[in-house]
Every structure is written in structure tokens, then in C-alpha cells.
Design a protein around this ligand. Structure first.
Ligand code: RFL
Ligand code: PHB
Length: 390
């Protein structure tokens, strides 16, 4: 088998890259280790930045997002028993975000790709990449019992944090920057209407909580928990009790409902540099992870592949490699700003194990500042809706 761009992984990065390349007339084959229902039902991110929603519109993938997604014009920061709203449009020149599940984006792109008969192979196993330092790299994998050799001009590693592409880069090439946080998030999906029209990020004496949503009838809620906690330790009653305590504010009532799904996510910040070796390009979680507090992970994955698609388009137009050569540096500028923002939101809102009374008061002062200074609120808002591309 032969293609121009071989894409490992059908998450948001790989799938949207496939559409961007198709629009530019560049052939790609996507290989994915899981089956279609698995990737279409995996509950993950939920907030889409302003420019990313516009990109999906531009690719003809935004119809259901605009119909079923919820446009959000602000978030609430809740601390010391009171809510404070950060208004996005007035602070960012009219921008907003869209609350729409990552798995819904995945469904929309998979449907479009299959309808257009563009290659997307599910349930591949034993994926390996070879010859990345040559101009004819190869992806080998097993599909439907057969060993396949896919010869490519370029390979893109869109295979997430636990994928095989990053480890295929020879030792000594990459530098990793890593921070592991001393907590995780227990997340639930519940069949209950959201208790608030906007997301609530809550600081409390007992630790962080977040009230989000997926639709007018489904809420998505998170509580900070120990990083290695067992989901079995969290009965529904215990989860609701923690949520009530951490989100408590006068006049607020948390709507409960049957818990449909429960899981714990560890939190880390991670970046590798550079994001390219030879003809292998890393994009999305394969190259970087952010803690979910800033809602940046999926958006960064989309930003990487937009930069990469422009570089590949230029290469196929006139053989120019300037875009490919600057891919890593261009992406890393945005990634490090998103790292800073995600770390900052995380540090401001969570209870750390070694927090002193001084640290807790400093967090409250920071929250007070962010919600009372237009300059500070603007900094939060412009990062949250997504920094502009330069
Ligand atoms: P993905 O989505 O992990 O996709 C990688 C794909 O590669 C496949 N794969 C392989 N395929 C073939 N061969 C192999 N050897 C393979 N190894 C792996 C995998 O099966 C998978 O399908 O990476 P991608 O595309 O880079 O996308 C990144 C995002 O998924 C991630 O950053 C976000 O989910 C992070 N995130 C959030 N991001 C946001 O922008 N906004 C949010 O509100 C937000 N909330 C979250 C989040 C992540 C969370 N969890 C569970 C980690 C909330 C949570 C709780
Ligand atoms: C979500 O709805 O899953 C969500 C929202 C905001 C975040 C993280 C996750 O910061």
C-alpha cells in the first residue's frame, strides 16, 4: 500500500488532519487500533475554542456542532461561597466557546471520512513505524489478519500519549518536560439537567470541583481526588455529597440524576521537543499533555494539525520545506502558552498536599484579583477562548 501521508491514530488530531489534507488534495491513510464504537463513545474533552469551531465549520464538519453544541459566553469562578462570572465576548472582542463532546466531533469526522470513501482502518494491531530518517518511511501493521506495509512520504504520529510514534524516535533526540500533579479528577456523566447555564470552576476547602455539561439533559461533573484513587471507592452517594459541599453557594441547587459513567484521570503537564524527527511529525497528545483545568488538550491537538496541514500543503505545491522545518517551533510557542495557562488554572483552583495556610490565602487573593480586575479577567478570557494564530 502506498499513500502520501500515513496517519497513526484516529483521535481528534488524526481525523481532522485527514480532512485538512483531503481539502488540499493530499492523500492520507489513517490507521486506528480500536474499533469505531470505542472511539465514538470515549468520553473526554468538552470545550471547543472559538477558532476551532470555526475551523470545523470551514471543513463542512460543523453542522451538528452548531445545532447541538452549546455556545458559552462565560464561565463562573466560585470560591468562598460566591460565584463570579468571567464574560468572554466583552473581554475578547466577541468570542465564545462551544460545549460539545470530543466524541461527537470524532463521530462527525468519521462519518464524513467514510462517506467520502477516504481510507480509515480500524482495529489495526502491532503498528510500527520504520525508515523515518529516509524519504520513504513505512508504517507496518496487522489488519484483518494480514500484515500490511504502508509506504508514505510522511508519517504523522497522532496516536496520543501512549502511542508508538514518540517512542520510535531514537534515544537522545527528544527532550521531555514533565510535571505530575498530586491529584486526579474523578469525572461522572449524569442524566440530569445542568444546574447552571455555564461551567462552574469551584475552589473549596475540600478541593476543586467542576460542573460542566454535554446537553440540556446530561451533566458532566468532576471532583479533585487522590491521583491513584480507585473508582470503586466512590459510591454515587459519596460523589454527590462531595459535589454538594464543594459547589455550595447561596441560592444554588445541584441537580442529581442517575450516574451513567465514572472514571478517574491523572493530571500531568508534559511536552517533548522537537515535535519532528526526519519524516515523522508528532501532533496532539503524542507530543504534549495538559491538565484538563484549562480545557486545552483537544484544542491544542487541532492547532498542531492545522499548522502541519499548511506545511504539507506548501510542500506538495512547490517542494518548499520551510513550513515543515518550522513546524515544531511554531506549534511549541502556542503549546507552551497553553501549558502555562493550564498550570496556572490548576494551581489556582486545586488543593495541593503541601499547601500551607499562606498558599490557600494566596489562591483566594488570586481568584479575587482575577474576578475584580478587568486586566486579569481579560488574560483568563483570551486564553480560555483560544489565543489567536499569528
Ligand atoms: P487521542 O484522542 O488520544 O487519540 C489518539 C488515537 O490514537 C490511537 N492509537 C493508535 N492507533 C494505531 N496504532 C497504535 N499503536 C495506536 N496507539 C494509539 C488511539 O486509540 C486513539 O484513538 O489523541 P489526540 O487526537 O491528540 O487528541 C487529544 C485529546 O484527546 C485530549 O487532549 C483531550 O481529550 C484532553 N481533554 C480536554 N481537551 C480539551 O481541549 N478540552 C477539554 O475540555 C478537555 N477535557 C480532556 C478533558 C481529557 C480528559 N481525559 C480523560 C484525559 C477531560 C478529561 C477528563
Ligand atoms: C468537560 O466538560 O469535560 C470539561 C470542561 C472544562 C474543562 C475540562 C473538562 O476544563
Amino acid at each position: 500500500m502506498r499513500t502520501q501521508v500515513g496517519i497513526v491514530g484516529a483521535g481528534p488530531a488524526g481525523l481532522v488532519l485527514g480532512e485538512l489534507l483531503a481539502r488540499a488534495g493530499i492523500e492520507a491513510v489513517i490507521v486506528e487500533r480500536h474499533d469505531r464504537p470505542y472511539i465514538e463513545e470515549r468520553i473526554r474533552a468538552g470545550v471547543i475554542e472559538h477558532w476551532a469551531a470555526a475551523l470545523l465549520d470551514e471543513l463542512g464538519l460543523g453542522a451538528r456542532l452548531r445545532r447541538e453544541g452549546l455556545a458559552h459566553h462565560g464561565i463562573e469562578l466560585r470560591f468562598a461561597g460566591r460565584g463570579h462570572r468571567i464574560d468572554f465576548p466583552s473581554l475578547t472582542g466577541g468570542k465564545e466557546v462551544v460545549v460539545y463532546g470530543q466524541h461527537e466531533v470524532v463521530k462527525d469526522v468519521v462519518a464524513a471520512r467514510l462517506a467520502a470513501d477516504r481510507p480509515l482502518l480500524f482495529e489495526v494491531s502491532d503498528t510500527r513505524v520504520e525508515g523515518i530518517e529516509t524519504d520513504r518511511p513505512v508504517i507496518r501493521f496487522v489488519h484483518e489478519g494480514e500484515e500490511v506495509e504502508l509506504s508514505c512520504d510522511f508519517i504523522t504520529g497522532c496516536d496520543g500519549f501512549h502511542g508508538i510514534c514518540r517512542p520510535a524516535i531514537p534515544a537522545g533526540v527528544l527532550t521531555a518536560y514533565d510535571r505530575v500533579y498530586p491529584f486526579g479528577w474523578l469525572g461522572i456523566l449524569a442524566e440530569a439537567p445542568p444546574s447552571s447555564e455555564e461551567l462552574i470552576y469551584a475552589w473549596s476547602e475540600r478541593g476543586f470541583a467542576l460542573a460542566s455539561m454535554r446537553s440540556p439533559t446530561i451533566t458532566r461533573l468532576y471532583v479533585q481526588c487522590p491521583p491513584d484513587d480507585d473508582v470503586a471507592a466512590w459510591s454515587d452517594d459519596r460523589i454527590w455529597d462531595e459535589l454538594h459541599r464543594r459547589l455550595a453557594a447561596p441560592g444554588f441547587s445541584l441537580t442529581e440524576g442517575p450516574v451513567l459513567q465514572k472514571s478517574i484521570t491523572a493530571m500531568r503537564s508534559f511536552v517533548v521537543e522537537p515535535m519532528r524527527h526526519g519524516r515523522l511529525f508528532l501532533a496532539g497528545d503524542a507530543a504534549h499533555i495538559v491538565p484538563p483545568t484549562g480545557a486545552k488538550g483537544m484544542n491544542l491537538a487541532l492547532a498542531d494539525v492545522l499548522v502541519l496541514s499548511r506545511a504539507l500543503e506548501a510542500f506538495y505545491q512547490d517542494g518548499g520545506t520551510a513550513g515543515l522545518d518550522t513546524y515544531s517551533d511554531t506549534c511549541l510557542r502556542r503549546i507552551w502558552k497553553a501549558q502555562r495557562f493550564s498550570w496556572w488554572m490548576t494551581s489556582m483552583l486545586h488543593l495541593f498536599e503541601d499547601d500551607s495556610a499562606f498558599d490557600r490565602r494566596r489562591q483566594l487573593a488570586e481568584l479575587d484579583y482575577v474576578t475584580s480586575s478587568t486586566a486579569a479577567a481579560t488574560a483568563l478570557a483570551e486564553n480560555y477562548v483560544g489565543l489567536p494564530f499569528d
